[in-house]
Design a protein around this ligand. Sequence first.
Ligand SMILES: [Zn+2]
Ligand SMILES: [Zn+2]
Ligand SMILES: [Zn+2]
Length: 81
Amino acid sequence: MGVKACLCGSCSFGNKADECIKCGRPFAKIPAQLCGNCGFGNKETECVKCGAPFASTQAFLCDNCGFGNKANECVKCGNPA
Ligand SMILES: [Zn+2]
Ligand SMILES: [Zn+2]
Ligand SMILES: [Zn+2]
């Protein structure tokens, strides 16, 4: 059960919301996830890039970084989300 990984307003500004949060490639479309541990409590709303609170924009992975099982891995620690 993954928790959605979010970006803050600053890290998702303009086109940045469509950039892969791992490698920065544009047009990333695969929703990034956090494991139950990394997304626990308030951490669910922390920006996965800079750690700012109250992040609410879905973060994405590119086809490469989210290929196969990688789409189901926590983007922070790599455990199954
Ligand atoms: Zn990528
Ligand atoms: Zn941020
Ligand atoms: Zn994790």
